[in-house]
Design a protein around this ligand. Sequence first.
Ligand SMILES: NC(=O)c1ccc[n+]([C@@H]2O[C@H](COP(=O)([O-])OP(=O)(O)OC[C@H]3O[C@@H](n4cnc5c(N)ncnc54)[C@H](OP(=O)(O)O)[C@@H]3O)[C@@H](O)[C@H]2O)c1
Length: 346
Amino acid sequence: MSFFDGVNAIAGNCSLVNALLYAALSVGVLKLTSLFLSSASLILDLFVLPSVNYKKYGAKSGKWAVVTGASDGIGKEYSLQLASKGFNIVLVSRTQSKLELLATEIESKYKVETKIISIDFASDKPENYETIKQTISALPVTILINNVGQSHSIPVPFVETEEQELRNIITINNTATLLTTQVIVPVIIETLKKNKGTRGLILTMGSFGGLLPTPYLATYSGSKSFLQAWSAALAGELAEHKIDVELVISYLVTSAMSKIKRTSMTIPNPKQFVKSVLASAGRRNGAQERYATSTPYWTHALMHFAIENTVGVYSKLANSLNLKMHVDIRKRALKRAARLAAEKKD
Ligand SMILES: NC(=O)c1ccc[n+]([C@@H]2O[C@H](COP(=O)([O-])OP(=O)(O)OC[C@H]3O[C@@H](n4cnc5c(N)ncnc54)[C@H](OP(=O)(O)O)[C@@H]3O)[C@@H](O)[C@H]2O)c1
């Protein structure tokens, strides 16, 4: 090889190295720009943009909202806060007496109408959906809140999950949510046809349990993850009908289901949580990378955003930290159950 051949070979290698360096730099700049833009949109969503005005969904014009799992916890707050915005409310859940009490409270406080549907979604009877259909078919419904849900009584290895618990979780969280939505969507579409300019809204309760694969809550985790894909798919289908569809992701909230009574920076009560949902319907709030999805409560949003942009929701690290946390919760729950059983004996 001549001297000049050697220089050309080195120059050739250098231009390859330079090209690789430029490519790496461009990818880095692209990633940083995208992180900067999604951080900026997160801050806008959470702290800058004004609260949603429910006039666009027909507030104070005789329109109806249907809330499932309405008699307690988060669903009760959806019912109260939507009534306070001027919607009539169809309250759907299991216990007639709790529904009656809430209906009376809503009617006297907010001067709107209510209807009650008392059904057990776990029973998975076609009559459940027939009852919903008959009650709402003549009502101008614009909002559906798919809130009803069940989790495991305590964290449990998947193979030890009782069959009835497994079936109830899938039936309530998935089958009931889908069949209820199938009954209500045509009514919303009909209402919007008669009320040009009004939009529809369907919110479905997701969970961090579905955002992150959660060992020891595997069935619940899968059921909520199912709702993520289903809800986003539905959002695409219903956009042409002017119906906003959104999966609402939440970390812990104080309630009977979470068995947590004390609020903290990361655990709001249902009132605080629902206020954040309704204020920001239609925005991403932490779920910046997902279509038709929101993580509305501000600390939940920051947690979601941080996980997505560091370890990722599907990583081995996230999975093993989640496993450790739920194994510990199970141990504590079993200890507590044993202590209560011993106290009962004495
Ligand atoms: N709390 C949390 O930390 C948390 C976190 C993430 C996501 N979420 C989700 O948020 C939603 C609401 O949870 P929550 O904590 O508010 O629950 P909750 O306090 O236990 O309330 C559940 C509501 O659903 C009703 N319900 C339960 N089983 C039913 C059935 N088989 N048929 C009809 N109605 C039934 C209950 O009615 P009765 O009062 O008559 O029993 C009650 O009104 C769920 O989808 C849950 O997965 C909650």
